[in-house]
Design a protein around this ligand. Structure first.
Ligand code: ZN
Length: 508
């Protein structure tokens, strides 16, 4: 027998594809040829595999070795193929019994000493194996916990090539994956900590209930970041499918917590305003990493000090926010990551950012205008709710100490009730939250509001206070306000309140 075949999984973006690793050993000049679109890391794999085999005490077959990765058209990146390559060529050389690894997916990077190292993206790789009908996987011990998150698969862990050889020959055992961490996950920040800012708290609740994008303006110290960080605490937990998506993205990024469980809380990402394009959008050499935009998928993307961000960066956010996914141009084809986020923007009212508020501003008017102009256009047009926070006075801070603010759990219950009312109403169209409902749907019977209730809205449109897109955004907000209030459709007062939330000219 001079031919063998072993299964592995390759990743494109966050999607895994089962890859067959074939090895053929033929007489001729000793050499190793890798085929099937390998990238640089795969060429390096050749040297790693040779050293690992020899240092594991196995004879290196001095023949012409061809290793082929199928399907050839699939771009293959990363170092996760090492162990499968080593196993296939040892089996092809007759060092391992034929057929012993049939129907098993083997994932892992090899060190020169034969140790098996963890790789990024094991969770989506194992999920792909299960989808393809494979129910047994062997993964690096450092990745075994995340692999067990996938239902319907038997996970065995491995720490060295030597152990794999022993196991296949029938002389040794593989390792059990480490047990799940049973301690409850640490609670995130809670709305009970936010003093005052009644209007901003209400805006946050509306944003959570309808899935609306939010902008917070105000001086430093007014609590913009505190509020944004607490948005995930009032959003519903992720369902199974969403939790698997979010956990898989963290696995590919290599930032998955080691406790080995599905991420159930909507994620929160707050990239710095000077973050590089790769950090924000994703990229990097070899196996592409998702950026903050995709790590915030199904959760909250918080952009603080937006006017300080580079124009090119703001432009790059535009398309993903529209389509809900990031497309990265790569040397071979393109890679896609999901990026369906709820956006929270924050900005100081001007560059001098006086904590006491606008009356102490020292900025010349043109500087102030230029600063805010940066915000307008692509991003601000997508914002549903604008709130200007006032500086907190000492009196507010003191009184808030005596009357604790409503905790996140109570707000989350109201948000959940409003969301289920919306989901039921829109179930025929397949929309779950008001933010997803297309504008025309809201302007047609039976959902069109009576003209008497929308006079203010039409006046705002005529006076140029609102764009056509803004008009629809106000309608969606009005529905969310009614949902939170437990009424089955919005009235005139809800529309007025929605206009105020949208334009930021609010009196509440
Ligand atoms: Zn200023």
């Amino acid at each position: 027998m001079s031919y063998a075949r072993v299964l592995c999984v390759g990743l494109v973006g966050v999607t895994g594809h089962v890859v067959e690793v074939e090895a053929d050993l033929s007489p001729g000049l000793p050499a190793v040829v890798l085929t099937g679109l390998p990238d640089t890391a795969l060429h390096e794999a050749r040297d790693r595999v040779r050293a690992a085999v020899v240092n594991s005490g196995q004879p290196w077959p001095n023949r012409r070795i061809t290793v082929n990765l199928l399907p050839a058209a699939l771009p293959k990146q990363g170092s996760g193929f090492d162990l499968a390559i080593a196993a296939s060529l040892l089996a092809g050389a007759g060092e391992l019994p034929a057929g012993a690894l049939d129907g098993v997916v083997i994932i892992g990077e090899l060190g020169l000493d034969g140790a098996v190292r963890p790789v990024r993206g094991v969770l989506p790789m194992v999920a792909a194996a299960v989808r393809a009908g494979v129910t047994r996987v062997i993964v690096p011990v450092g990745n075994a916990r995340e692999a067990t998150v996938v239902p319907g698969v038997t996970v065995r862990a491995i720490d060295s090539l030597h152990r794999l050889v022993d196991f296949v020959r029938g002389g040794g055992a593989l390792l059990d994956p480490p047990g799940r961490d049973r301690t409850p996950p640490a609670a995130g920040p809670d709305l009970a900590d936010v003093a005052g800012q009644e209007l901003a708290r209400y805006a946050l609740e509306v944003a959570a209930a309808g899935g609306h994008h939010l902008a917070l303006f105000g001086p430093p110290g007014a609590g913009k970041t505190m509020l944004a960080e607490r948005l995930p605490s009032i959003l519903p937990e992720l369902d199974d499918a969403a939790a698997l998506e979010v956990t898989a993205l963290q696995s590919v990024a290599g930032v998955l917590p080691p406790d080995g469980r599905l991420i159930r809380r909507p994620p929160f990402q707050a990239p710095h305003h000077s973050a590089t394009m790769a950090a924000l959008i994703g990229g990097g050499s070899g196996l592409a990493r998702p950026g903050a935009l995709s790590l915030a998928h199904r959760g909250v993307l918080f952009l603080d000090e937006v006017p300080e961000m580079a124009t090119a960066t703001l432009q790059a956010l535009r398309q993903p926010l529209e389509t809900g996914r990031v497309v990265l141009g790569r040397a071979r084809g393109s890679t896609e990551f999901p990026a369906r986020v709820q956006l929270v923007l924050a900005a100081n009212p001007c560059p001098c950012a006086s904590p006491a508020g606008d009356q102490f501003c020292t900025c010349p008017p043109p500087v102030r205008r230029r600063y805010l102009a940066k915000l307008s256009g692509p991003l601000l047009d997508r914002i549903d709710i604008t709130v200007t926070l006032k500086p907190l006075s000492a009196a507010q801070l003191l009184t808030s100490g005596s009357a604790p603010a409503t905790p996140s759990a109570a707000v989350a219950a109201r948000v959940a009730a409003a969301r289920s009312a919306a989901a039921e109403r829109w179930s025929a169209g397949g929309w779950r939250i008001n933010a997803e409902v297309p504008g025309p749907q809201l302007r047609r019977p039976p959902w069109r509001l009576p003209p008497s209730d929308t006079t203010g809205l039409r006046r705002a449109l005529d006076r140029g206070l609102l764009s056509a897109r803004g008009f629809d955004r106000v309608l969606r907000l009005a529905w969310t306000i009614a949902d939170l209030d437990g009424r089955d459709r919005p009235g005139r007062a809800d529309v007025e309140e929605a206009i105020q939330l949208r334009t930021g000219e609010t009196t509440k």
